[in-house]
Design a protein around this ligand. Structure first.
Ligand code: GAL
Length: 997
């Protein structure tokens, strides 16, 4: 399969976002509309910088689309593109134009969120690090900051603007201005209003909105303060909270509150909890957040949101990814930003994705949901367990066509009132189609059991004796009633409608929990003929008075029924929630199709009698496809496969599975010291002087004792490690050195005096003792300090925390006299030497400046070793080459695991480079992350890979016990793609070997 084949298949999708025509985006209080047609926006959040493998952006986008998402929400990370004022880089891993094009090709609408401030657990909340040097307040109209913000918006809007659906350029349907303004203080209102005006001037004409924080506070509503040019009101909500080992928060109703803020716009969740981030030093891995924000919550949340009229929803995160290099904010996260999201950091599908699929498919299939309004719920009768909360919505729009009774489709939702209740309850309720429920605000009671049309009044649902609807613990249900689709009339179902489509015949798919009973009633003019085509039999009851066909069954045994009667045959597929994971509805161009069986069905294209499918398998297994009747050639990932038709008329075949790759072992390393800067005699004369005595940002100094500004950002060094050397001639013997370092959470600094190690420290102030004889009066002395910058803090509450400062704040050496400081950081400073990997890849370690992380670096004179343990405190470099032979046509997730038995007692950290790419940071004494996902764009799947480790030890004899590559899972399939452009030593440093000491 080639890249072209991938996108060609995608381009055949009939989708307003890629047909080249302009489209109108409007809205009312119920939903967004494209060309007047209602759209429930079902979106997943994806951060391109957290998947530094642009070829694989398509993988994630295809997984979203196949799982029923119709939109993707994208933050844009300004600081990732801009290393100095006026300079912007959108090449390679930063090519957002390519990303937006891919989203169009894959049939996804885009919600664009370019900030300027985004939060997002990104370093400095997305702002470029050089803005820390500005004096004024960020996220206000302070002239210097505002000028920078507007310049970014101009540059990024030039790209986003080309992809708007409104002029036929692409699939961007909405645009967020700023993020979570904390209040409506005049300075914030003024600022956000200015941004809105400029965004309009830049030609952005899709609906504008802001993301109001913490369940919504009514800030920045359209027409209100800070919202005069906004079109939609949106808010974020994380009901469970962010402590993945803590107690779960509870769900509640919010519709009337939100409508009170903004009565004329749809209920729009700009970020709804899809997982949670994990921070340094926690006692659990990010996988714990997948258990905390689990499938049950995900379903409950979706059900509660439907009950509250949400028709625009974005799951944050749907794919979390990796805080590679120095992209992360130290306050909230370590390298993995897996987030416990439905698509894991290594791009694998987790069971949660199937829950989102249920609701994506449901809203796509049952269009009246987009216009349904809150009405009085049915009266619930408990037949066991505790109380159950019912809510109901009614869609009266086009009710004649979309409902059985003509009164309107109903959506009934059920859950325990306490969303954390784990008991099981059984309920029944009456339903009367002839008596539509009243608006929820009206005083009248719902459920009129003496409706005039007795044939439409059901005293008790389910009707089948000895059955009831179960709510097992944190489960929740969405039931569709009074719904007509085409000639078919669904009176109600106690199962969930998974989808209905025409796939070579009309098909209705229903799912439910394995082991639970389901009851589905369809209405016909006369008794239809029901044939069980496969699977276990179903209890079929014909109610001649009502003209109802009632089906009773237990979920778990899949079955297919064909019902003939009422003009057009209907195939009913009764499945269960587990099977939803491997059920895929795809747009094949001429028709939709339904694919059952594989781990993933990505794309489908019909041409004549041929159906081309792409997808992934984790093991060999059956494939079943409901497709137009004329299809007689089936291909899978470009190869023809033998297929026949089963009793249901579906195409069936067997799909191959992947080959298991063997991971190469790592037996030895080449090693060398990598911190000559610590030694007294090191020549730092080429370094920048750190001698400024003023800084616009008062948090940056000058230091009280040093009298100079030492902050790294003031000297153009924004990321990773920075070295300082301070020269002085003491008047009296130095006995202490007091160092104030600003590292960010979990950072550290190492201090040497005249080449003698004084010790290490974290963020804050530490007084280091100087042993006798190390610095003597009248003799020149040199202090060497290495400070790690863990990234810049966010500015979540707009309090200027992001401008805290990094590097040294101050150093006091009693009796030192004047200290002359020099500073050295990442090669090139604000003009990164490695423009391909970009500003976030490197700090200023000696090995980084010398290219020791790059493929092809000269290490032949280095010692060979098996041990990764330190011989003294300081920085040591390790390199090895390892040959990968990953199977072709497969997608293998490769990880790197660091093993250590010291129970976090040993103090050291490892910066991991794979083929020159800064893959992540291991901090043994902080934790918790032991295993690092290697983004596939960093790897050469078949060939030699260079792994380099920069180990900074605070002690002697510490370091990893071992480092190994691990297979985190393989599928046969994947999208085409390869290694990113990955310049090596020769390309980057070959001509200039002696660069930058
Ligand atoms: C939201 C914010 C996001 C992200 C999220 C937590 O409040 O808008 O950017 O930080 O919290 O993951």
């Amino acid at each position: 399969m080639t890249q072209n084949a991938d996108s060609a298949a995608a381009r055949s999708l009939a989708f307003p976002g890629n047909d080249g025509k302009p489209h109108r985006v409007t809205w009312d209080d119920k939903s967004l509309k494209i060309d007047g047609e209602r759209l429930t926006v079902w979106s997943g959040e994806f951060h391109y910088w957290r998947l530094p493998s642009p070829d694989q952006w398509r993988d994630v986008l295809q997984k979203l689309k196949a799982s029923g998402f119709n939109a993707v929400s994208l933050y844009f990370f300004w600081g990732y593109h801009s290393s100095k004022p006026g300079s912007y880089d959108f090449s390679g891993i930063r090519d957002i134009d390519r990303l937006l094009t891919m989203a169009e090709e894959e049939g996804l609408y885009v919600i664009a969120r370019p900030g300027p401030y985004i939060n997002a657990e990104a370093s400095m909340g997305g702002l470029p690090a050089y803005m820390t040097t500005h004096g004024g307040e960020e996220r206000t109209a302070d002239p210097q900051n505002l000028a920078a913000d507007l310049e970014w918006l101009k540059v990024v809007n030039r790209i986003i603007g080309k992809h708007q659906i409104t002029d036929g350029g692409g699939s961007v349907i909405a645009y967020q201005v700023e993020n979570e303004q904390i209040d409506n203080a005049p300075k914030h209102v003024e600022y956000i209003e200015k941004l809105q005006a400029v965004v309009e001037e830049h030609g952005i004409d899709v609906p504008l909105f802001h993301n109001d924080w913490g369940d919504g506070h009514g800030y920045n509503v359209p027409g209100g303060p800070g919202g005069s040019r906004l079109d939609l009101y949106a808010f974020d909500t994380y009901p469970l909270g962010f402590d993945c080992k803590g107690a779960r928060g509870k769900l509640s109703d919010f519709e009337s509150r939100i409508r009170g803020y903004s009565p004329k716009t749809p209920v729009f969740i700009a970020e709804g909890q899809g997982g949670a981030f994990t921070s340094w030093g926690r006692d659990f891995q990010s996988g714990e957040c997948a258990k905390f924000v689990d499938e049950a919550f995900t379903r409950q949340f979706a059900v509660n949101n439907l009950a509250n009229g949400v028709t625009m929803f974005n799951s944050y995160m749907e794919y979390g990814g990796t805080n590679w290099g120095w992209t992360g904010d130290p306050g909230s996260g370590f390298t993995s930003y897996d987030y416990g999201a439905p698509i894991s950091e290594d791009r694998r599908i987790t069971p949660k994705l199937a829950v989102h699929k249920e609701f994506g498919y449901l809203q796509n299939a049952v269009k009246p949901i987009a216009s349904a309004q809150n009405v009085t719920p049915p009266t619930i009768t408990s037949t066991g367990g505790g109380p159950v909360k019912a809510q109901q919505r009614l869609s009266t729009e086009n009710a004649e066509d979309t409902s059985v009774s003509g009164n309107g489709m109903r959506l009934i939702t059920l859950r325990h009132p306490d969303s954390n209740d784990t008991s099981t309850s059984q309920v029944t309720f009456p339903l009367d189609l002839a008596d539509p429920p009243k608006a929820a605000t009206s005083a009248s009671a719902g459920g009129n059991e003496s409706g005039e049309d007795k044939n439409s009044a059901y005293r008790r649902i389910p009707q089948q004796k000895n059955t009831a609807i179960s709510i097992a613990g944190r489960d929740a249900k969405t039931l569709v009633a009074d719904y007509a689709f085409g000639p078919h009339r669904l009176v109600y179902s106690t199962s969930q409608v998974l989808t209905q489509l025409d796939a070579g015949g009309d098909l209705l798919a229903l799912d439910g929990t394995k082991g639970e009973t389901g009851e589905t009633v369809l209405r016909f003019a006369s008794k239809p003929k029901v044939t069980t085509l496969d699977g276990a039999p179903v209890d079929v009851t014909w109610d001649a008075d009502r003209k109802d066909l009632r089906l009773n069954y237990t979920h778990g045994d899949a079955r297919t029924l064909r019902i003939a009667g009422g003009g057009k045959e209907l195939t009913v597929l009764i499945t269960d929630r587990d099977a939803v994971a491997t059920t895929w509805q795809l747009d094949a161009g001429r028709s939709d199709i339904l694919v059952l069986g594989p781990e993933l069905a990505r794309t489908a294209r019909l041409s004549g009698a041929q159906l081309d499918l792409t997808g992934d398998t984790r093991k060999p297994g059956p494939l079943r496809v409901f497709a137009p009747k004329n299809v007689d050639v089936l291909t899978w990932n470009g190869r023809r496969i033998d297929a026949s038709r089963d009793d249901t008329g579906a195409l069936v075949a067997t799909l191959p599975g992947p080959q298991k790759p063997t991971m190469p072992g790592i037996d030895s390393w080449r090693t060398a010291d990598s911190d000559p800067e610590h030694a007294a005699g090191f020549d730092d004369s080429g370094w920048k002087k750190a001698d400024r005595t003023t800084a616009d940002n008062p948090k940056h100094g000058p230091g009280e004792a040093s009298g100079v500004v030492l902050d790294t950002d003031e000297y153009g060094f924004h990321e990773g490690d920075t070295w300082y050397r301070g020269h002085y001639t003491p008047a009296e013997a130095s006995t202490t050195v007091k160092v104030s370092a600003k590292t960010g959470t979990a950072g550290h600094a190492l201090v040497w005096l005249n080449g003698r190690y004084l010790g290490a420290q974290g963020d804050g102030t530490t007084t280091h003792k100087v042993p006798d004889g190390v610095a003597e009066p009248g003799k020149p002395a040199v202090l060497a300090v290495l400070v790690r910058n863990m990234g810049h803090y966010e500015d979540w509450s707009s309090d200027g925390r992001s401008k805290t400062g990094r590097g040294l704040a101050d150093v006091a050496v009693p009796g030192s006299g004047k200290v002359r400081w020099r500073i050295q950081g990442a090669a090139g400073g604000p003009e990164p030497a490695d423009t391909v990997r970009g500003i976030c890849n490197n700090g200023g370690l000696y090995g980084e400046r010398k290219g020791g992380h790059l493929p092809g670096a000269p290490d032949s004179s280095w010692r060979t070793t098996q041990s990764l343990k330190s011989e003294r405190p300081g920085v040591r470099w390790f390199r090895t080459e390892t040959e990968l032979r990953l199977p072709e046509g497969s997608d293998t997730a490769v990880g790197l695991r660091i093993a250590d038995n010291s129970a976090r007692a040993d103090k050291y950290r490892v910066q991991i480079f794979v083929n020159g790419w800064n893959t992540g940071q291991y901090v043994n004494n902080v934790g918790p992350q032991q295993e690092f996902v290697i983004p596939s764009g960093f790897l050469k799947e078949r060939g030699k890979n260079t792994i380099a480790l920069a180990i900074t030890a605070e002690q002697t004899g510490v370091g990893p016990d071992s480092v190994e590559l691990v297979d985190r899972g393989t599928v046969l399939g994947g999208v085409s793609g390869g290694q990113n452009e990955s310049p090596g030593y020769r390309e980057l440093l070959g001509a200039e070997r002696s660069r930058g000491q």
